[in-house]
Design a protein around this ligand. Structure first.
Ligand SMILES: [Zn+2]
Length: 421
Protein backbone atom coordinates (compact mmCIF):
# COMPACT_ATOMS: atom_id res chain seq x y z
CA UNK A 1 0.00 0.00 0.00
CA UNK A 2 1.24 3.49 -0.88
CA UNK A 3 0.39 6.59 1.15
CA UNK A 4 0.55 10.34 0.89
CA UNK A 5 0.69 11.77 4.41
CA UNK A 6 -0.52 15.37 4.25
CA UNK A 7 -0.23 18.36 6.48
CA UNK A 8 1.57 16.90 9.49
CA UNK A 9 4.17 18.66 11.59
CA UNK A 10 7.13 16.40 10.78
CA UNK A 11 9.66 16.14 13.60
CA UNK A 12 12.87 14.43 12.51
CA UNK A 13 15.77 14.63 14.99
CA UNK A 14 18.21 12.93 12.61
CA UNK A 15 17.78 15.87 10.22
CA UNK A 16 17.25 18.37 13.04
CA UNK A 17 14.00 19.53 11.46
CA UNK A 18 10.54 20.32 12.77
CA UNK A 19 8.31 21.61 9.96
CA UNK A 20 4.99 21.15 8.23
CA UNK A 21 5.47 18.99 5.15
CA UNK A 22 4.06 16.02 3.26
CA UNK A 23 5.60 12.55 3.19
CA UNK A 24 5.17 9.68 0.78
CA UNK A 25 5.32 5.96 1.56
CA UNK A 26 5.93 3.38 -1.16
CA UNK A 27 6.51 -0.30 -0.50
CA UNK A 28 7.69 0.18 3.06
CA UNK A 29 9.97 3.12 2.30
CA UNK A 30 9.70 6.85 2.71
CA UNK A 31 9.72 8.79 -0.56
CA UNK A 32 9.30 12.38 -1.67
CA UNK A 33 5.61 13.07 -2.39
CA UNK A 34 6.56 13.89 -6.02
CA UNK A 35 7.84 10.33 -6.42
CA UNK A 36 4.54 8.72 -5.41
CA UNK A 37 2.87 6.58 -8.10
CA UNK A 38 -0.75 7.45 -8.82
CA UNK A 39 -3.39 5.84 -6.65
CA UNK A 40 -1.65 6.36 -3.32
CA UNK A 41 -4.04 6.71 -0.40
CA UNK A 42 -4.08 10.24 0.99
CA UNK A 43 -4.13 10.49 4.79
CA UNK A 44 -4.85 13.92 6.26
CA UNK A 45 -2.59 14.38 9.29
CA UNK A 46 -3.24 18.09 9.84
CA UNK A 47 -2.77 18.99 13.48
CA UNK A 48 -0.73 15.85 14.16
CA UNK A 49 2.95 15.37 14.82
CA UNK A 50 4.76 12.73 12.78
CA UNK A 51 8.03 11.33 14.08
CA UNK A 52 10.16 8.22 13.59
CA UNK A 53 8.57 5.39 15.58
CA UNK A 54 10.03 5.24 19.09
CA UNK A 55 12.64 2.98 20.68
CA UNK A 56 12.37 1.84 24.31
CA UNK A 57 15.62 0.59 25.84
CA UNK A 58 13.97 -0.92 28.90
CA UNK A 59 11.04 -3.32 28.69
CA UNK A 60 10.14 -6.44 30.66
CA UNK A 61 8.29 -8.86 28.39
CA UNK A 62 8.10 -11.55 31.12
CA UNK A 63 8.35 -14.50 28.75
CA UNK A 64 9.47 -17.16 29.48
CA UNK A 65 8.18 -17.90 32.93
CA UNK A 66 5.78 -15.11 33.89
CA UNK A 67 3.23 -15.29 31.10
CA UNK A 68 0.38 -14.35 33.43
CA UNK A 69 1.97 -10.86 33.59
CA UNK A 70 2.94 -10.42 29.92
CA UNK A 71 4.01 -12.38 26.87
CA UNK A 72 6.28 -11.31 24.06
CA UNK A 73 3.15 -11.05 21.88
CA UNK A 74 1.12 -8.96 24.35
CA UNK A 75 4.13 -6.80 25.16
CA UNK A 76 4.69 -6.15 21.45
CA UNK A 77 1.01 -5.21 21.06
CA UNK A 78 1.35 -2.77 23.97
CA UNK A 79 4.53 -1.35 22.47
CA UNK A 80 2.90 -0.77 19.08
CA UNK A 81 -0.10 0.88 20.78
CA UNK A 82 2.36 3.16 22.56
CA UNK A 83 4.09 4.27 19.35
CA UNK A 84 7.15 2.01 19.62
CA UNK A 85 8.86 0.22 16.76
CA UNK A 86 11.77 -1.25 18.75
CA UNK A 87 12.14 -2.44 22.34
CA UNK A 88 15.07 -3.86 24.27
CA UNK A 89 13.87 -6.81 26.37
CA UNK A 90 15.33 -7.20 29.85
CA UNK A 91 16.76 -10.65 30.65
CA UNK A 92 15.28 -11.21 34.13
CA UNK A 93 12.75 -13.76 32.91
CA UNK A 94 12.37 -17.27 34.39
CA UNK A 95 14.79 -18.71 33.54
CA UNK A 96 16.84 -15.57 32.93
CA UNK A 97 18.38 -14.97 29.50
CA UNK A 98 21.87 -16.14 30.39
CA UNK A 99 22.61 -18.53 27.52
CA UNK A 100 22.24 -18.43 23.76
CA UNK A 101 19.05 -20.52 23.74
CA UNK A 102 17.40 -17.74 25.75
CA UNK A 103 18.50 -15.09 23.26
CA UNK A 104 17.32 -17.18 20.32
CA UNK A 105 13.95 -17.79 21.97
CA UNK A 106 13.37 -14.04 22.39
CA UNK A 107 14.24 -13.32 18.78
CA UNK A 108 12.15 -16.19 17.36
CA UNK A 109 9.13 -15.49 19.54
CA UNK A 110 9.20 -11.80 18.64
CA UNK A 111 9.34 -12.66 14.95
CA UNK A 112 6.17 -14.71 15.36
CA UNK A 113 4.48 -12.06 17.48
CA UNK A 114 4.06 -9.09 15.24
CA UNK A 115 5.54 -5.91 13.98
CA UNK A 116 7.60 -4.65 16.85
CA UNK A 117 11.30 -5.37 16.80
CA UNK A 118 12.49 -7.03 20.01
CA UNK A 119 16.19 -6.71 20.74
CA UNK A 120 17.21 -9.06 23.55
CA UNK A 121 19.64 -8.08 26.25
CA UNK A 122 21.41 -10.83 28.19
CA UNK A 123 22.57 -11.33 31.75
CA UNK A 124 26.03 -10.28 32.88
CA UNK A 125 26.16 -13.14 35.38
CA UNK A 126 24.71 -16.65 35.40
CA UNK A 127 21.17 -16.68 36.83
CA UNK A 128 21.76 -12.99 37.69
CA UNK A 129 23.39 -14.22 40.87
CA UNK A 130 26.40 -11.93 40.61
CA UNK A 131 28.83 -14.83 41.04
CA UNK A 132 30.04 -16.00 37.62
CA UNK A 133 30.07 -14.22 34.26
CA UNK A 134 27.97 -15.56 31.39
CA UNK A 135 29.49 -16.41 28.01
CA UNK A 136 29.28 -12.77 26.95
CA UNK A 137 30.94 -13.36 23.57
CA UNK A 138 28.55 -16.18 22.58
CA UNK A 139 25.55 -14.16 23.76
CA UNK A 140 26.61 -11.17 21.68
CA UNK A 141 27.06 -13.40 18.60
CA UNK A 142 23.59 -14.86 19.17
CA UNK A 143 22.10 -11.35 19.07
CA UNK A 144 22.20 -9.86 22.57
CA UNK A 145 22.49 -6.09 22.03
CA UNK A 146 23.46 -5.24 25.63
CA UNK A 147 24.29 -6.86 28.94
CA UNK A 148 22.54 -6.25 32.25
CA UNK A 149 21.53 -8.03 35.44
CA UNK A 150 18.58 -5.62 35.61
CA UNK A 151 16.69 -5.91 38.86
CA UNK A 152 20.04 -5.71 40.58
CA UNK A 153 23.62 -4.69 39.96
CA UNK A 154 26.72 -6.87 40.06
CA UNK A 155 27.86 -6.15 43.59
CA UNK A 156 31.35 -7.60 43.32
CA UNK A 157 33.64 -4.86 41.97
CA UNK A 158 36.21 -7.31 40.61
CA UNK A 159 33.59 -9.24 38.68
CA UNK A 160 32.04 -6.02 37.35
CA UNK A 161 35.47 -4.84 36.19
CA UNK A 162 36.04 -8.14 34.39
CA UNK A 163 32.60 -7.91 32.76
CA UNK A 164 33.36 -4.38 31.56
CA UNK A 165 36.71 -5.45 30.09
CA UNK A 166 35.06 -8.22 28.08
CA UNK A 167 32.08 -6.09 27.02
CA UNK A 168 34.45 -3.31 25.94
CA UNK A 169 36.40 -5.82 23.82
CA UNK A 170 33.12 -6.86 22.20
CA UNK A 171 32.25 -3.25 21.44
CA UNK A 172 28.96 -3.84 23.23
CA UNK A 173 27.41 -1.88 26.09
CA UNK A 174 26.73 -2.61 29.76
CA UNK A 175 23.34 -1.47 31.10
CA UNK A 176 23.30 -1.20 34.88
CA UNK A 177 20.51 -1.12 37.42
CA UNK A 178 22.71 0.88 39.76
CA UNK A 179 21.66 0.09 43.29
CA UNK A 180 23.74 -1.06 46.21
CA UNK A 181 22.14 -4.20 47.57
CA UNK A 182 23.68 -3.67 50.99
CA UNK A 183 22.33 -0.11 51.21
CA UNK A 184 18.86 -1.02 49.94
CA UNK A 185 17.97 -2.09 53.48
CA UNK A 186 15.07 -4.18 52.13
CA UNK A 187 13.30 -0.89 51.59
CA UNK A 188 10.18 -0.52 49.47
CA UNK A 189 9.85 3.28 49.08
CA UNK A 190 12.20 6.26 48.93
CA UNK A 191 13.79 6.84 52.32
CA UNK A 192 11.95 10.09 53.01
CA UNK A 193 8.88 11.71 54.54
CA UNK A 194 6.35 9.53 52.70
CA UNK A 195 7.98 6.28 53.84
CA UNK A 196 7.95 7.55 57.41
CA UNK A 197 4.31 8.61 57.10
CA UNK A 198 3.29 5.17 55.87
CA UNK A 199 5.64 3.37 58.29
CA UNK A 200 7.43 1.61 55.44
CA UNK A 201 11.17 0.84 55.14
CA UNK A 202 13.05 3.25 52.88
CA UNK A 203 15.65 2.88 50.12
CA UNK A 204 18.12 5.78 50.42
CA UNK A 205 19.09 7.73 47.30
CA UNK A 206 22.70 7.00 48.21
CA UNK A 207 22.13 3.30 47.39
CA UNK A 208 21.94 4.42 43.74
CA UNK A 209 24.54 7.17 43.84
CA UNK A 210 27.32 5.05 45.26
CA UNK A 211 26.92 2.35 42.56
CA UNK A 212 26.72 5.02 39.84
CA UNK A 213 30.05 6.36 41.12
CA UNK A 214 31.53 2.85 41.25
CA UNK A 215 30.34 2.10 37.71
CA UNK A 216 31.76 5.36 36.38
CA UNK A 217 35.11 4.56 37.96
CA UNK A 218 35.15 1.10 36.38
CA UNK A 219 34.04 2.45 33.00
CA UNK A 220 36.91 4.94 33.10
CA UNK A 221 39.37 2.16 33.96
CA UNK A 222 38.16 -0.30 31.30
CA UNK A 223 36.88 1.95 28.50
CA UNK A 224 33.58 0.05 28.57
CA UNK A 225 30.50 1.83 27.28
CA UNK A 226 28.12 2.19 30.21
CA UNK A 227 24.41 2.97 30.15
CA UNK A 228 22.81 3.80 33.50
CA UNK A 229 19.25 2.54 33.75
CA UNK A 230 16.30 4.42 35.22
CA UNK A 231 18.19 7.11 37.15
CA UNK A 232 16.21 8.48 40.07
CA UNK A 233 18.52 10.57 42.27
CA UNK A 234 19.99 14.07 41.95
CA UNK A 235 23.38 12.78 43.10
CA UNK A 236 23.48 10.29 40.22
CA UNK A 237 22.88 13.08 37.71
CA UNK A 238 25.67 15.13 39.21
CA UNK A 239 28.14 12.22 38.93
CA UNK A 240 26.99 11.48 35.38
CA UNK A 241 27.33 15.10 34.29
CA UNK A 242 30.88 15.22 35.59
CA UNK A 243 31.82 11.93 33.92
CA UNK A 244 30.49 13.16 30.58
CA UNK A 245 32.47 16.37 30.94
CA UNK A 246 35.54 14.20 31.43
CA UNK A 247 34.71 12.41 28.18
CA UNK A 248 33.61 9.02 29.53
CA UNK A 249 31.45 6.92 27.17
CA UNK A 250 28.44 6.94 29.48
CA UNK A 251 24.75 7.47 28.79
CA UNK A 252 21.59 7.21 30.88
CA UNK A 253 17.83 6.88 30.72
CA UNK A 254 14.93 8.26 32.75
CA UNK A 255 11.45 6.78 33.07
CA UNK A 256 8.10 8.54 32.72
CA UNK A 257 7.22 7.83 36.36
CA UNK A 258 10.44 9.31 37.75
CA UNK A 259 9.85 12.43 35.62
CA UNK A 260 6.19 12.84 36.53
CA UNK A 261 6.00 11.82 40.16
CA UNK A 262 7.82 12.13 43.48
CA UNK A 263 7.22 10.41 46.80
CA UNK A 264 4.96 13.26 47.91
CA UNK A 265 2.55 12.28 45.13
CA UNK A 266 1.98 8.81 46.57
CA UNK A 267 -1.60 9.10 47.83
CA UNK A 268 -1.47 6.09 50.13
CA UNK A 269 0.29 2.75 50.35
CA UNK A 270 -0.94 1.80 46.85
CA UNK A 271 1.36 -0.83 45.25
CA UNK A 272 0.82 0.82 41.84
CA UNK A 273 3.30 3.40 43.13
CA UNK A 274 5.86 0.77 44.08
CA UNK A 275 8.79 0.51 41.72
CA UNK A 276 12.56 0.11 41.89
CA UNK A 277 14.23 2.55 42.04
CA UNK A 278 11.45 4.25 43.99
CA UNK A 279 9.81 7.62 43.36
CA UNK A 280 12.17 10.00 45.10
CA UNK A 281 11.97 13.54 46.47
CA UNK A 282 10.69 16.57 44.55
CA UNK A 283 14.30 17.83 44.30
CA UNK A 284 15.44 14.49 42.82
CA UNK A 285 12.58 14.56 40.33
CA UNK A 286 13.51 18.08 39.27
CA UNK A 287 17.16 17.07 38.77
CA UNK A 288 16.08 14.19 36.50
CA UNK A 289 13.77 16.46 34.46
CA UNK A 290 16.55 19.03 34.08
CA UNK A 291 19.06 16.36 32.97
CA UNK A 292 16.64 15.06 30.33
CA UNK A 293 15.96 18.62 29.18
CA UNK A 294 19.65 19.48 28.79
CA UNK A 295 20.60 16.11 27.28
CA UNK A 296 22.83 14.72 30.05
CA UNK A 297 20.20 11.99 30.14
CA UNK A 298 19.86 11.26 26.42
CA UNK A 299 17.18 8.57 26.55
CA UNK A 300 13.66 8.11 27.80
CA UNK A 301 12.75 4.50 28.61
CA UNK A 302 9.68 3.03 30.24
CA UNK A 303 10.96 0.22 32.50
CA UNK A 304 7.62 -1.36 31.54
CA UNK A 305 7.26 -3.92 34.36
CA UNK A 306 3.94 -5.74 34.21
CA UNK A 307 2.56 -7.67 37.20
CA UNK A 308 -0.84 -9.35 37.54
CA UNK A 309 -3.36 -7.72 39.87
CA UNK A 310 -3.22 -10.71 42.23
CA UNK A 311 0.46 -10.10 42.95
CA UNK A 312 0.07 -6.33 43.27
CA UNK A 313 -2.68 -6.93 45.88
CA UNK A 314 -0.22 -8.22 48.48
CA UNK A 315 0.06 -4.72 50.00
CA UNK A 316 2.84 -2.18 49.55
CA UNK A 317 5.47 -4.01 51.53
CA UNK A 318 5.08 -7.38 49.80
CA UNK A 319 3.86 -6.53 46.30
CA UNK A 320 6.50 -6.85 43.55
CA UNK A 321 8.27 -3.73 42.29
CA UNK A 322 7.31 -2.24 38.93
CA UNK A 323 4.70 -0.45 36.84
CA UNK A 324 3.59 -0.79 33.22
CA UNK A 325 4.57 2.08 30.95
CA UNK A 326 4.46 1.38 27.22
CA UNK A 327 0.94 2.65 26.61
CA UNK A 328 1.22 5.86 28.63
CA UNK A 329 4.84 6.82 27.84
CA UNK A 330 4.05 9.34 25.10
CA UNK A 331 1.23 10.96 27.08
CA UNK A 332 3.12 11.26 30.36
CA UNK A 333 6.47 12.43 29.00
CA UNK A 334 4.89 14.94 26.61
CA UNK A 335 2.97 16.42 29.54
CA UNK A 336 5.95 16.71 31.88
CA UNK A 337 8.56 17.76 29.33
CA UNK A 338 6.90 19.47 26.35
CA UNK A 339 3.55 20.77 27.61
CA UNK A 340 5.31 22.02 30.75
CA UNK A 341 7.71 24.01 28.56
CA UNK A 342 10.86 22.14 29.59
CA UNK A 343 11.90 21.05 26.11
CA UNK A 344 10.94 21.32 22.44
CA UNK A 345 9.06 18.57 20.61
CA UNK A 346 12.23 18.00 18.55
CA UNK A 347 14.39 17.34 21.61
CA UNK A 348 11.65 15.20 23.18
CA UNK A 349 11.46 13.01 20.05
CA UNK A 350 15.26 12.81 20.08
CA UNK A 351 15.18 11.21 23.57
CA UNK A 352 12.86 8.49 22.25
CA UNK A 353 14.62 7.84 18.92
CA UNK A 354 18.15 8.90 18.06
CA UNK A 355 19.20 8.94 21.75
CA UNK A 356 18.44 5.23 22.28
CA UNK A 357 19.74 4.33 18.80
CA UNK A 358 23.11 5.89 19.66
CA UNK A 359 23.34 3.76 22.82
CA UNK A 360 22.85 0.66 20.66
CA UNK A 361 25.15 2.03 17.94
CA UNK A 362 22.36 1.65 15.40
CA UNK A 363 21.78 4.07 12.56
CA UNK A 364 19.58 6.95 13.70
CA UNK A 365 15.86 6.52 12.92
CA UNK A 366 15.00 9.12 10.29
CA UNK A 367 12.21 10.28 8.00
CA UNK A 368 14.49 11.00 5.05
CA UNK A 369 13.58 9.59 1.61
CA UNK A 370 14.87 6.02 1.26
CA UNK A 371 14.52 5.24 4.97
CA UNK A 372 12.16 2.48 6.18
CA UNK A 373 8.64 3.81 6.73
CA UNK A 374 8.56 3.31 10.51
CA UNK A 375 6.73 6.27 11.93
CA UNK A 376 4.23 7.36 14.51
CA UNK A 377 1.56 10.05 14.35
CA UNK A 378 0.80 11.78 17.64
CA UNK A 379 -2.20 13.97 18.41
CA UNK A 380 -0.72 16.64 20.72
CA UNK A 381 -4.01 17.96 22.04
CA UNK A 382 -6.67 15.29 22.31
CA UNK A 383 -7.20 14.94 26.08
CA UNK A 384 -8.02 11.44 27.27
CA UNK A 385 -8.26 9.70 30.62
CA UNK A 386 -5.85 6.83 31.28
CA UNK A 387 -8.06 3.74 31.37
CA UNK A 388 -6.02 0.62 32.19
CA UNK A 389 -8.93 -1.65 31.21
CA UNK A 390 -8.20 -0.94 27.53
CA UNK A 391 -4.44 -1.65 27.73
CA UNK A 392 -3.09 -4.21 25.27
CA UNK A 393 -0.67 -5.24 27.99
CA UNK A 394 -1.89 -8.19 30.07
CA UNK A 395 -1.24 -6.12 33.20
CA UNK A 396 -2.81 -2.95 34.57
CA UNK A 397 -0.38 -1.82 37.27
CA UNK A 398 -0.05 1.90 36.57
CA UNK A 399 0.03 4.92 38.88
CA UNK A 400 -1.47 7.03 36.08
CA UNK A 401 -4.98 5.50 36.00
CA UNK A 402 -7.67 8.18 35.95
CA UNK A 403 -5.28 11.00 35.09
CA UNK A 404 -5.95 13.08 31.99
CA UNK A 405 -3.23 13.62 29.36
CA UNK A 406 -3.45 15.55 26.12
CA UNK A 407 -0.93 13.91 23.74
CA UNK A 408 -1.51 10.39 22.41
CA UNK A 409 -0.14 8.26 19.58
CA UNK A 410 -3.00 7.73 17.12
CA UNK A 411 -1.47 6.04 14.08
CA UNK A 412 1.70 4.19 13.17
CA UNK A 413 3.31 2.87 10.03
CA UNK A 414 5.68 -0.05 10.44
CA UNK A 415 7.56 -0.96 7.26
CA UNK A 416 4.88 0.95 5.41
CA UNK A 417 1.96 -0.90 6.95
CA UNK A 418 -0.61 1.31 8.63
CA UNK A 419 -1.92 0.72 12.15
CA UNK A 420 -4.66 2.74 13.84
CA UNK A 421 -3.77 2.89 17.52
ZN1 LIG B 1 15.92 -2.08 36.91
Amino acid sequence: MNFLLRGARVVDPAAGTDERCDLGIVGGQIVRPAELPSGAETVDLSGLIVAPAFTDLHVHLRQPGMEEAETIASGCAAALAGGFRTVVAMPNTRPPVDDISGVRFQIEEARRSGHVEVLPSACITRLRQGLELTDLEALASAGAVAFTDDGSTVSNDTLMRLAMQRIAALGSVLFDHAQDRAAEQRGVMHDGAAARRFGLPGIPADAEVRIVRRDLRLAAATGCRLHLQHLSAAGSVEALRQAQEEGLPVTAEATPHHLALCDDDIPGPDPNYKMNPPLRSAADREAIVQAVADGVISCLATDHAPHPAAKKSFGFQWAPFGVVGLETAVAVTWEVLVAAGRMSPLEWVRRWTTGPAAVLRRSPPSLAPGEPADLVAIAPDRPRVVDPSVFRSLSRNTPFAGRVYRAWPVMAWIRGRRFDL
